[in-house]
Design a protein around this ligand. Structure first.
Ligand code: C2E
Ligand code: MG
Ligand code: MG
Ligand code: MG
Length: 283
């Protein structure tokens, strides 16, 4: 019910918004239940070296297999989880699953394969997280040196001194940290430069604009140069078209991820691709 009673009264209390809030609250409650009932599944998307197609990593991407609403993408429920203090439980479920899968693939002979897992800002800051992760790595038998935690720039920028300490704690476990979606957030370069991370992933939002905006090419080139100057590995996300692949193939040692290389798929499907060792990327 919109209230229009003059100054001092908020006017954004509309029926539509009420419905939206109610819907979000319902979703939050369902999410809580969904976590109890383990309604989540992981998809794995391969990451390859662009020059030769060699598979180097997979990224674990969570999906919600909702009993009535169908498969819900993370963009819809991760923000809900974050608001409802469920990001921690969700991230820990994902990490546990991904570590178990990584250990299994390592036993199956994919000993060089890296596993990338996305981390919410909140979980990155959680006081118990590093200890919990150490225990989880031990319990699952996953090799810490093969685990990459993907962080948003915001996780690093909000409190850089804390972030740096946290990254060193993770590194002490043997785990590596990655800057995800680079180029679509906002980083102070001076701050980014001193963070102990090992990889920069160029945002698919930049990559998507490559063929129709010359400025996007400049931005992608600058991101590659920055990563290399900092001694980081560089990966481009969201490679869908041959022109995007060609653009990044001009650089040595670049990694890439995207539909052209491989779509996110079940562990079974991706395992087949991984055991082949490489994907054909001739343009
Ligand atoms: P992200 O980490 O940047 O993951 C890449 C997203 O791009 C994935 O969407 C992936 O499916 C999609 N993608 C891959 N290749 C292509 C391509 O060629 N073209 C386009 N247009 N898109 C491509 P997804 O799986 O829907 O995940 C979206 C975001 O949700 C992720 O972005 C990540 O920020 C978040 N997320 C996913 N899984 C988790 C998780 O387990 N925990 C947390 N905290 N966040 C997660
Ligand atoms: Mg990611
Ligand atoms: Mg990304
Ligand atoms: Mg993204």
């Amino acid at each position: 019910r919109a209230k229009r009673e003059g100054p001092g009264h908020y006017q954004f209390y509309t029926p539509d918004l009420t419905a939206e809030v109610a819907d979000r609250m319902r979703l939050r409650e369902e999410l809580r239940l969904g976590l109890e009932r383990q309604e989540f599944v992981l998809a794995y998307q391969p990451q390859a070296r662009l020059r030769d197609g060699r598979l180097v990593a997979v990224e674990a991407l969570v999906r919600w297999q909702h009993p009535t609403r169908g498969l819900i993408p993370p963009e819809v429920f991760v923000p809900v989880a974050e608001q409802g203090h469920l990001a921690g439980p969700l991230d820990r479920w994902v990490l546990q699953r991904a570590c178990r899968q990584a250990a299994e693939w390592q036993r199956d002979g994919l000993s060089e394969l890296r596993m990338a897992v996305n981390l919410s800002d909140r979980q990155f800051r959680d006081a118990e997280f590093v200890h919990w992760l150490g225990k989880t790595l031990q319990r699952t038998g996953a090799d810490p040196a093969r685990l990459e935690l993907e962080l948003q720039e915001s996780a690093l920028m909000e409190d850089p001194a804390f972030a740096e300490r946290r990254l060193r704690e993770l590194r002490a476990l043997g785990v590596q940290a990655v800057v995800d979606d680079y180029g679509s957030g906002s980083s102070a370069l001076e701050v980014l430069a001193r963070m102990p991370v090992t990889k920069l992933k160029i945002s698919e939002r930049l990559v998507a604009r490559l063929h129709d905006e010359p400025t996007a090419a400049a931005a992608c080139g600058a991101a590659v140069a920055l990563g290399r100057h900092l001694g980081l590995q560089v990966a481009a996300e969201g490679i869908e078209r041959p022109d995007q692949l060609t653009f990044f193939q001009r650089y040595e040692d670049l990694l890439g991820q995207g539909y052209l290389i491989g779509r996110p798929a079940t562990a079974e499907v991706v395992a087949g691709v991984l055991h082949r060792g490489r994907v054909g990327l001739d343009t």
